[in-house]
Design a protein around this ligand. Structure first.
Ligand code: PHE
Length: 459
């Protein structure tokens, strides 16, 4: 325990790191956003684009962040400031992202916890009432907050047990369980009448749907899904041992995240297709309603199996949400611990207090404070937090990080760190990516997201 109490924590080995990074990456983004985007953008066309982006841009940035963390042995703020005080602000911006995401992630985690429990307590029919159940629940003052707290307690207990004693063990159990459950559900839903047609829609490329908008959406999804540009991978890299290969680790993390996204699509798109009759209809059903309203009404048609499938599905989403929330919380703890120079325990206390309060405020946006519609009619405080962190701050942090490494400290600093533990034959291509391609792509995402938000075009 000594290593997780006072001094900095560390992973017990390379696989613990890979599993933890994959566990952070695999989350609500894979489970509901990816399937919806794939349905919207012509199935296979989106899958192919996403695949290419993950293995070029995605793993390049993953490599950059983990190497930066391992080289400096610090979480985001310390990592940037170790190259000079004037770079501290990049770390501060990166660290702001998990502070914004964690509270609202825990709120959605609470919804998933509530659904998992309701399949046991209330049965499948109660949840499949066309949306009343969901709306009543999220607009309740107290109940939705209580479920958020339940989700948070699970997260904090695991983080409180430390990196090796809590996080590694939880990942070792939840990640394989998640995969097994996802395969089970995907196979089961494919036996429903009409599901194969939905699966074909999901898998077959429709190149007429290829557009710049598709690429921008795929890029944005990739950032969020790989937990990039928010200091998480810097922190996780800082717990790595010098002898463990970074290159093979980041490729495996990319494979893992992509594989789970693919499986999530295979579970959800055919099932939703059965309910709605066409891929376009599935795509028009964006956001929370796809998971919390449409799917329960699909499950209820499975009669005898309805409650079982519903329960297993939400349990697997819960595991995905928990492991991601754990990584967010661990990052916050590490930022506070390094920033305030206090013990891990005290840092955890500060983080708990913050999330309990910030979560209450954002949750109020669905009930007592629902008159606040920050991004236009029908939007909530949660939408605002999501927009600000994902569409504004993350691209800015990614851009600054690429400029910092590509042009200020120079790519060689990172390449040397990567070469401490493995060959890096793609160093040339990686340099071009970080110096030129990535900054341009990131500027495109940033402009597109902000323009779409203010109504210049729809995404
Ligand atoms: N990558 C997670 C997902 O796909 C989300 C997440 C973002 C997790 C940021 C941790 C940090 O849902």
């Amino acid at each position: 325990m000594a290593s997780t109490e006072g001094a900095r924590a560390s992973w017990s080995g390379k696989w613990a790191f890979i599993l933890a990074a994959a566990a952070s990456a695999v989350g609500l983004g894979n489970m509901w956003r990816f399937p919806y985007l794939a349905a919207k953008y012509g199935g296979g066309t989106f899958l192919l684009t996403y695949l290419v982006l993950v293995f070029t841009f995605g793993v390049s940035l993953l490599l950059l962040e983990t190497a930066l963390g391992r080289k400096t042995g610090q979480s985001a703020i310390g990592a940037f400031s170790s190259f000079g005080k004037k770079y501290t602000f990049i770390g501060v911006l990166a660290s702001a992202v998990p502070f914004i995401i964690t509270p609202y992630y825990c709120i959605i985690g609470g919804w998933v916890t509530k659904y998992t429990a309701s399949y046991v307590a209330a049965g499948a029919d109660a949840l499949a009432d066309g949306g009343g159940f969901f709306t009543n629940f999220i607009t309740s003052n107290v109940e939705s907050y209580v479920w958020m707290l339940i989700f948070m307690v699970l997260v904090f207990v695991i983080v409180g047990l430390g990196v090796k004693g809590g996080i590694e063990k939880a990942n070792l159990f939840m990640m394989p369980a998640l995969i097994v459950m996802a395969i089970f559900i995907a196979l089961y839903t494919l036996t429903m009448p009409g599901a194969v047609e939905g699966a074909l829609y999901y898998l077959t490329p429709d190149f007429s749907k290829f557009s710049p908008e598709l690429v921008i959406s795929a890029l944005g999804q990739m950032f969020y899904s790989l937990s990039l540009a928010m200091g998480i991978m810097i922190t996780y890299g800082s717990y790595m041992r010098k002898q463990d290969s970074l290159t093979s680790s980041v490729v495996r993390i990319g494979c893992f995240d992509l594989g789970v996204s693919f499986l999530a699509g295979l579970m959800i798109v055919p099932a939703a297709f059965v309910a709605m009759g066409s891929g376009e209809a599935v795509a028009s059903n964006a956001g929370p309603s796809l998971m919390f309203i449409t799917l329960p009404s699909v499950f209820v048609d499975m009669q005898g199996m309805a409650a079982v499938i519903g329960f297993v599905f939400f349990l697997l989403v819960l595991f995905a949400a928990l492991t991601s929330a754990i990584s967010l919380t661990e990052t916050l703890v590490s930022i506070v611990q390094d920033g305030v120079k206090c013990s891990r325990k005290k840092a955890l206390g500060i983080v708990v207090a913050f999330v309990v309060i910030a979560g209450a405020v954002i949750n109020a946006g669905y009930n007592v404070a629902s008159f606040i519609e920050p991004l236009g009619a029908g939007t909530s405080l949660l939408d605002l937090a999501d927009f600000f962190s994902n569409s504004v701050l993350m691209p800015i942090v990614a851009l600054l990080t690429c400029i910092f490494v590509g042009w200020i400290i120079k790519p060689k600093a990172i390449i040397d760190e990567v070469r401490v533990s493995s060959k890096f034959s793609a160093a040339g291509a990686w340099t071009v990516m970080i110096k030129y391609i990535a900054p341009v792509l990131v500027i495109v995402i940033l402009v597109a997201y902000v323009a779409a938000q203010f109504g210049f075009f729809s995404m």
